[in-house]
Design a protein around this ligand. Structure first.
Ligand SMILES: NC(=O)c1ccc[n+]([C@@H]2O[C@H](COP(=O)([O-])OP(=O)(O)OC[C@H]3O[C@@H](n4cnc5c(N)ncnc54)[C@H](OP(=O)(O)O)[C@@H]3O)[C@@H](O)[C@H]2O)c1
Length: 373
């Protein structure tokens, strides 16, 4: 008896095909859902261990701030309930810390104040602001030293670094000043390089550990008016892949988060900067581009609203926590509805789980000698 006969579709093979397809899709969905649950529950780098620390760049605002508060809440949930720490009073700080990279001390104070307001002391005492301008060698080096000294003094181990700081620029390439391209590369790409280079020796020493990079779905499928920003994020995406292959055998998992559009100051600043810096002599050209730019801005606003529900900052912060802790994190977290649309449209884009990426999983892998075969 054939399979079609078995399932009662002897005379309707097409319908049977659809039935089988539906069964396979449902099974796939169930397995994917189960695996997602297992991934979330199966912790590899727990936040419950004392002396476990994180560092997040650009934590003074937007997504970085959300991630910092989420990480601090996780520490609070584990540590504040433990009886052995109950008599410590408000000072749990040396137990675990979220080092929050900010651009000024004032911004750091505002961050702690906000945390205190929103979540009470429990969460705020795990936040440790530290000034870090990712576009400056000296600032990143000073920040690394501060974090390293603090950890050494209190017996802490830095386990997670998040390259989150970013700037953007919205405008048509013909008119967008070269300085804006440079600024986007300097902060989004070279900033990530600078911070990774500074902190990787610490992460390697504290393995198993994690390096998270905040990319963008725009790096998978670029679109108009984002040339400066998207090129810098595409470069960061490749940096992520290179680091992932180099560091996996050494105990540092490198994970990329690729959110779609969500409401933050990033795009507001990007558009205002783009407009104010544009050369008035090019106003005629603006007219040619104007309608398309308005259309793009409208689409972005739609995705921001759509993602507000399931891909917004809170959801991304949750994904960052999973990426930082899960025993088997994904290589890439595509977040937001536009994430999936762009990934589908992308002709050569990597798959969401990065399955097509690194093949270097063998811990015995060693650096081949270049130039010698
Ligand atoms: N919003 C989106 O739709 C979207 C989508 C995909 C990916 N992302 C990525 O998510 C990350 C966070 O963006 P966001 O939306 O949360 O934007 P945001 O609210 O503007 O936050 C960016 C943060 O980076 C900081 N920063 C800027 N230049 C810096 C520098 N040189 N050194 C250190 N910190 C610096 C900013 O500080 P100040 O506030 O003091 O300027 C701010 O705290 C970025 O990497 C961005 O590319 C955002």
């Amino acid at each position: 008896m054939s399979t079609f006969e078995l399932i009662g579709f002897r005379d309707l093979p097409l319908a049977a095909c659809f039935t089988w397809l539906a069964v396979v899709l449902i099974l796939y969905g169930v397995c994917a859902w189960l695996w997602a649950r297992v991934r979330r529950q199966w912790v590899g780098i727990p936040f419950s261990g004392t002396g476990h620390c994180c560092f997040i760049t650009g934590a003074g605002d937007g997504l970085g701030q959300r991630v910092a508060l989420r990480f601090a809440a996780e520490y609070a949930a584990h540590h504040c309930s433990q009886e052995e720490f109950a008599d410590r009073g408000p000072d749990l700080s040396p137990l675990s810390q979220v080092f929050c990279g900010v651009l000024s001390e004032e911004q750091g104070r505002a961050l702690v104040g906000l945390a205190r307001q929103q979540t009470g002391d429990d969460c705020a005492r795990f936040l440790h602001p530290v000034v870090c301008d990712v576009a400056s060698d000296a600032s990143v080096e000073a920040c690394r030293k501060t974090v390293e000294d603090y950890c050494a003094q209190h017996g802490l181990a830095l386990k997670v670094v998040v390259n989150n700081a970013g700037v953007s620029a919205f405008g048509f390439a013909e008119c967008l000043p070269l300085a804006r391209f440079r600024q986007n590369m300097e902060v989004n790409f070279f900033g990530a390089v600078r911070v990774s280079k500074a902190f990787l020796p610490i992460l390697r020493a504290n393995k198993p550990s994690r390096l998270l990079n905040m990319g963008s779905v725009g790096a998978l499928k670029a679109s108009g008016f984002g040339s400066a920003y998207l090129c810098s994020k595409a470069a960061m995406c490749h940096l992520n892949e290179c680091l992932r292959e180099e560091l996996q055998p050494l105990g540092v998992r490198v994970v990329m988060l690729q959110p779609g559009f969500f409401a933050s100051n990033l795009l507001d600043r990007a558009s205002s900067n783009g407009a104010s810096e544009s050369d008035p002599a090019l106003s005629r050209v603006y007219c040619d581009y104007g309608a398309m730019m308005a259309e793009t801005a409208k689409n972005i606003a739609i995705f921001e609203r759509l993602n507000g529900g399931i891909g917004g900052a809170a959801c991304i912060a949750e994904a960052a926590l999973e990426a930082a802790t899960a025993r088997f994190p994904k290589s890439r977290y595509l977040l937001g509805i536009d994430g999936y649309i762009r990934a589908t449209l992308s002709p050569v884009g990597p798959r969401p789980d990065g399955a097509g990426g690194s093949t270097c999983r063998d811990s015995s892998w060693t650096q081949p000698a270049l130039g010698r075969r």
